[in-house]
Ligand binder design. Structure first.
Ligand code: GCV
Length: 718
């Protein structure tokens, strides 16, 4: 196994920065994640592969303090700590890590080391109590059995199915350790577009090996299942959830899994969505399907994560469909079912309002699904710190139970008797040396875990922790780089889809702009979402003249969004179709505001390069160069996005790009050629025409080479 390396200082290179000397750190590929700055004080090896031994070993190897650390599983249960919580008791000459369970103490050990690494250890006596907000803090891997990763931008899947169960990669344990260090305790290891083969005895033997490796780190395995498995691998002629043969198939399969993996977590299901089979194929409901699986799992304590990501090509407004299908089922799901809802009503766009479903199903265990992989936010080419996006959702008030019933409160189960709670994140991990494709994307893995443990942490706090552990605590590095990360989500919105625009990317790989694109499915067409025309731009979702989606929110959100005067401007074009000359709050026309917002996004992306160049003395050369190259690319992509969207919209607005914005560097025709190269244009409506290409779910390599030639106006030398 690649060892977690000690922080080696390369003495050769001493640079002078702002009058002070900084020692240049040694190169790293980033594989050691946020353990990078952990200095190893001993080579101790764990006594055994148990949680207790691992916890002790982490202290033996990495605790630098003079105080002795005692790790203690409490004899008498402390209800306040629950299963995973811990207490750090600092007193003179001693730190005690206390919990009800061994896994609680392991979380405590990682918490203690985090305090050490972030210079946050208390000076005197103090007790720190930490209890996670969610019971299940889950990862969703969209990993296929052929090791491709749907919407994955960091290499192949970690799971080497050909080699398993005989050959075990050291990466599996490293992965489990990294997850435990931030509190992630559940992982659905295969794609929700699931291949039923994962449930065959041959694959279950492989899954068992992974589960055995993950177990001491408190990480439970879940499987995404294909609802049609009874037909695909069970030899049945139906997968109807109410058919006794099907019920028996799932009972038997579940028993087979638990015989191999006694702590198996349960099933994650994408049903009747984007071509996946589901109960509706047999005239049954989502509740019928979920409950049948829940009954099979209940004797073992397993749970079902049933996704609410559903939409139908013919509907007027895709944003309304999850609520349309799931609200009538409220109260019908078993206690061990959680309905997993994406943060927004469409699909992981750079900015969406919350899914209205969070405020509409008081009797359902709802859980939040966020996307850690950057499907719509520049893949692993762009630096975007996603915690601000997720936090915006968690902090949004649904008003379902009166003021203060935020998405966080609702999903944490504060208003339910059933305290089962969970949160899911679609991972950004692959077999790239640095795990995430972009060195800076590691922050999103880290931040997801920290948020799942404590949704109250701020983006700034999490970025601070991550940077100190992964790069440097030097204030000259920390402050500017942290500020840059904190701004990066808003910057991405500004140069990709500002003011509530959404789904205007090239529809093939979801990378780069494609506002002119159409598809045989209207709900996959950018034009369906922006509706640009001579009269304006934006999707009218108001009650009086539009789809009426605003009415799916509780008051006062519903009328706030419905009224163009009160609708937040950052969601304006999500809810309203707005004339180009509409006067914005700052007095500008909508057109000028759009141009200026794009301009700000580009300038901020250019500025990243400058900020990073100033950070150079504090970063090893390998990571420095990798990030710098990507930041330059990101700034050029921002120019490309702006040119494409603004030049295309200009054909309707007939308004000039303001003088204080950069002029376009390409013509619309040139940029549309890039689009044509990606995806043949197709007539709208109807079924997929014969021979029309399938939507590829992985970017083809050429997609990244299609960037038209751009220079950065503020840095023409790049
Ligand atoms: C796993 C979007 C993505 C799909 C993904 C789907 C989902 O549509 O583009 O790749 O499929 O969401 O969340 O199920």
């Amino acid at each position: 196994m690649k060892s977690f390396k000690t922080f080696v200082i390369a003495s050769a290179l001493i640079l002078a920065v702002s009058g002070c000397k900084v020692e240049k750190p040694a190169d790293t590929d980033g594989h050691d994640l946020w353990f990078h700055n952990l200095e190893q004080v001993s080579d101790a090896t764990p006594a055994s592969y148990t949680t207790e031994a691992i916890a002790q070993n982490e202290i033996d190897r990495f605790w630098k303090g003079k105080a002795a650390v005692e790790i203690k599983v409490l004899d008498k249960q402390d209800d306040a700590l629950g299963r995973d919580g811990y207490r750090l008791v600092f007193s003179s000459g001693k730190v005690s890590v206390e919990a009800n369970t061994a896994i609680g103490t392991l979380y405590g050990v990682y918490g203690l080391l985090r305090l050490q690494q972030t210079d946050a250890l208390p000076k005197g006596s103090k007790t720190i109590t930490e209890v996670p907000a969610y019971e299940y803090r889950a990862f969703n891997h969209w990993d296929n059995l052929n090791r491709s990763v749907e919407r994955g931008y960091a290499g192949k899947s970690l799971w080497n199915w050909d080699e398993l169960p005989d050959k075990v990669s050291p990466v599996y344990q490293e992965y489990a350790r990294a997850n435990a260090s931030v509190g992630i305790n559940a992982t659905a290891i295969n794609n929700v577009n699931a291949n039923a083969q994962i449930l065959t005895p041959e694959y279950l033997q492989k899954v068992k090996v992974l589960a055995d490796i993950f177990r001491p780190y408190g990480l439970k395995v879940f499987l995404s299942l294909n609802f049609a498995a009874p037909k695909h691998i069970g030899g049945l002629d139906t997968s109807d959830p109410l058919d006794p043969k099907v019920v028996q198939f799932w009972k038997d399969k579940t028993a087979e899994i638990y015989a191999l993996i006694p702590d198996f977590g349960g099933y994650l299901v994408k049903a009747n969505s984007e071509g996946q089979s589901g109960p509706q194929d047999y005239g049954r409901t989502h509740a019928d399907g979920a409950n049948m699986l829940a009954d099979a799992l209940a004797p073992y304590g397993g749970v079902v994560f049933w996704r609410a990501f559903v939409y139908d090509a013919q509907a007027e407004d895709r944003a309304m469909q999850a609520s349309d299908e799931f609200v009538p089922l409220d109260g019908q799901f078993r206690d061990n079912v959680l309905v997993q809802v994406k943060n927004g009503p469409i699909d992981f766009q750079p900015r969406e309002p919350i899914s209205p479903l969070f405020g509409q199903a008081p009797k359902t265990n709802l859980m939040l699904e966020v996307q850690i992989t950057q499907e719509y936010l520049g893949h692993s080419k762009h630096m975007v710190y996603l915690h601000p996006l997720w936090k915006e959702c968690l902090d949004t008030d649904t008003y379902e139970f009166g003021k203060g019933s935020t998405v966080a409160a609702v999903t944490e189960g504060k208003y339910r008797d059933n305290k089962l709670s969970a949160i899911s994140g679609v991972t950004n991990i692959g077999d790239d040396a640095n795990w995430c494709g972009h060195q800076m994307a590691q922050i999103n893995w880290y931040a997801y875990g920290r948020m799942a443990w404590n949704p109250d942490l701020s983006s700034d706090e999490i970025a601070d922790e991550w940077l100190r552990q992964t790069f440097s605590s030097d204030p000259k590095f920390l402050k500017p780089v942290k500020d840059m990360l904190n701004r990066s989500r808003e910057v991405n919105v500004s140069y990709e889809m500002p003011l509530g625009l959404h789904h205007i990317m090239a529809s093939n790989a979801h990378f780069g702009p494609g506002p002119w694109e159409t598809s045989y499915r209207k709900d996959w067409s950018p034009q369906f979402y922006h509706k640009a025309g001579p009269d304006g731009v934006g999707f009218d979702r108001t009650v009086a003249t539009g789809s009426g989606a605003t009415a799916q929110y509780n008051e006062p959100l519903a009328s706030t969004y419905d009224n163009i005067e009160t609708c937040p401007e950052n969601l304006l074009l999500w809810f309203h179709h707005v004339p180009w000359d509409y006067k914005m709050k700052d007095g500008q026309t909508l057109w000028n505001e759009l141009c200026h917002t794009y301009q700000k996004g580009i300038e901020a992306a250019e500025e990243y390069v400058r900020i990073w160049e100033k950070a150079e003395p504090y970063v090893d050369n390998q990571r420095y160069q990798e990030v710098r190259t990507k930041l330059i690319r990101q700034a050029k992509d921002a120019m490309w996005w702006r040119d494409a969207v603004i030049l295309y919209f200009q054909t309707f607005s007939n308004m000039p790009i303001p003088d204080d914005c950069y002029p376009a560097q390409h013509t619309l025709e040139e940029l549309q050629q890039v689009g044509v190269f990606r995806r043949p244009q197709m007539p709208q409506g109807g079924a997929r025409p014969q021979g029309a290409p399938q939507m590829p779910r992985q970017p083809r390599p050429e997609i990244y080479d299609m960037l038209p030639d751009y220079t950065l106006p503020s840095m023409p030398e790049l």
